[in-house]
Structure formats: structure tokens, C-alpha cells
Design a protein around this ligand. Structure first.
Ligand code: ADP
Length: 261
């Protein structure tokens, strides 16, 4: 509980901080990039300085992309929830995932029958799934399998009592599992923290999982993480059923929280 509180306070502070700084920083980068472009125009093609200049320009552009992501994070776009059929969405996205992940990674989708519709912001859900897919790719540099599993799931009272802000009841779960390097206990504990990353500068921002977490929480859902070093990682999103789903009436087969290791 304490950890989750700390987490949301941190998200709040980071949102305010980044919104303010990223904007000004982006202005500075615009000046730097502009000047570098002017310098480039003054060199002829053969000069060795060109390599240095190009490198500086590429790095400044990486910086600009980073601030763009920070701005988006600080802005925290308002959610526009819609009724979403997650199974259809996953199947529609599988082509994009295959292209993003490259040939060494197999993408599998398993969608159970009679999935409840959920109500979330579809574009932010897509972003969240893409973030998870990219993390999985980074965890499987030598290839592997990425599985998207969609099911109806339930979080029971006991579970809700021991997790703050979690409501017991029915959910639609999306479980994203990779066969990558997994995370140590220390990394698991900090994985959802904004800016926590184990990746080299330029390739990771440490915002992916905290954005996933923020989106799911804001949508009234819940996130679970299960990871084992050398074996792989599962992230399970619990999304609330759309209001007009007969969520409490039927009990189609699905997974329960307890079934998740
Ligand atoms: P980033 O990917 O930019 O580092 P994230 O917030 O998405 O930021 O992830 C934080 C850290 O959690 C990563 O740096 C990595 O150490 C760990 N992590 C996230 N997803 C996975 C995964 N699928 N397998 C192994 N480690 C992961």
C-alpha cells in the first residue's frame, strides 16, 4: 500500500516537473539544432568535421525526441474512454507487433471466447501494449516468443483488501508474456517507477511501465507483474468491463488472480 501511494505521489510530482522543464528544454534544443544546421551548410562534403557535426546533430535530435516524450508524459492527455473489444484490438495489432519486433521474435495471440467488452481509451491502450511489446523485444535480444492472452478474469475480495484502490469483481485481462531475460527482485520492485531504467542512455527513458501503470489505474484497472530471471516476464492488465456488460451475471471461464503465479 505504502509503495503504491509513494508511486502515485511520485507520478504527480514528475508530471508537474517534466511539463515545466521539457518545454523550455525543447526551446534550447531548437536553437542548438538550428545552429548546427547552419554550420553544416558552411562545410563542404569532404571535411572530417562533418562527422562530428552529424553526431552532435543526431544526439540533439535524440534529446528533442526525449523531451517530446516527457512533454506527452507531463501533459497526461485526458482519457477518452470507449467501449473496446480487446480481442479484436489485439488481433488487429498483431501485424504491427510482428513488424516492430522483427523476425527473431514470434508473436502469438490467444483470445478466449466470450470476452467482455471493456471501456478504456483505445489509443492509450494501444500505446500501453506497444510499450510492453518494446520492453519484451529489449528483453529478448536473441529472439523468443511474445504472447498476448486475453481472458475474462476476476479479482476477489481478499485480493482487493490487500491491494489499495483495487475493486473486487470481473475484469478483462490482457497478459503479455515474453521468454526474455526476466527481472531481478530489485528491478521488479522499481520497474513501475518513473525514470527507473536499466537500459543505456538513449535507448530507455524509464517511462514505459509507469505510463502503462498510470493509464490502467486511471481507467479503474489493475496491473500485475510476474518475472523470473532467465525465464521471462508477464505483465497482466486488468481492465474494467464496459458498464452495460452483464459482468456480474454470467461467469464465463477465465483466469483468476490466484491463477497468476
Ligand atoms: P525502459 O524500458 O525505458 O527502461 P520501463 O519503465 O518500460 O522503461 O521499464 C523499466 C525497466 O524495467 C527496464 O529498464 C527493464 O529493466 C525492466 N523491464 C521492463 N519490462 C521488462 C521485460 N519485459 N523483461 C525484462 N525487464 C523488463
Amino acid at each position: 500500500l505504502e509503495q503504491e501511494l509513494r508511486q502515485s505521489q511520485k507520478m504527480e510530482a514528475v508530471g508537474q516537473l517534466t511539463g515545466g522543464i521539457a518545454h523550455d528544454f525543447n526551446n534550447l534544443l531548437t536553437v542548438i539544432i538550428g545552429n548546427l544546421e547552419m554550420l553544416e551548410g558552411k562545410l563542404d562534403g569532404s571535411e572530417p568535421q562533418r562527422t562530428l557535426l552529424n553526431e552532435a546533430m543526431e544526439t540533439a535530435q535524440l534529446g528533442a525526441q526525449l523531451t517530446e516524450r516527457l512533454l506527452a508524459f507531463g501533459r497526461r492527455q485526458p482519457l477518452v474512454p470507449r467501449v473496446v473489444d480487446v480481442g479484436t484490438m489485439i488481433n488487429d495489432l498483431s501485424g504491427l507487433f510482428r513488424r516492430t519486433l522483427g523476425e527473431t521474435i514470434q508473436v502469438r495471440t490467444k483470445v478466449a471466447d466470450h470476452i467482455l467488452k471493456t471501456q478504456v481509451d483505445p489509443s492509450q491502450l494501444q500505446n500501453a501494449l506497444l510499450n510492453l511489446a518494446i520492453n519484451a523485444r529489449d528483453a529478448m535480444p536473441n529472439g523468443g516468443t511474445l504472447t498476448f492472452e486475453v481472458a475474462n478474469a476476476e479479482l476477489d475480495m481478499d485480493y482487493a483488501r490487500s491491494h489499495s484502490e483495487v475493486r473486487a469483481g470481473r475484469y478483462v485481462s490482457i497478459t503479455v508474456t515474453d521468454t526474455g531475460g526476466g527481472m531481478s527482485r530489485e528491478v521488479q520492485e522499481r520497474a513501475f517507477e518513473p525514470f527507473f531504467t536499466t537500459k543505456p542512455v538513449g535507448s530507455g527513458t524509464g517511462l514505459g511501465l509507469s505510463m502503462v501503470y498510470g493509464f490502467v489505474k486511471q481507467s479503474g484497472g489493475h496491473v500485475q507483474l510476474y518475472s523470473e530471471p532467465e525465464h521471462g516476464t508477464s505483465v497482466r492488465l486488468y481492465l474494467p468491463p464496459a458498464p452495460d456488460e452483464p459482468a456480474a451475471l454470467e461467469a464465463p471461464s477465465g483466469t483468476s488472480a490466484a491463477a497468476f503465479p
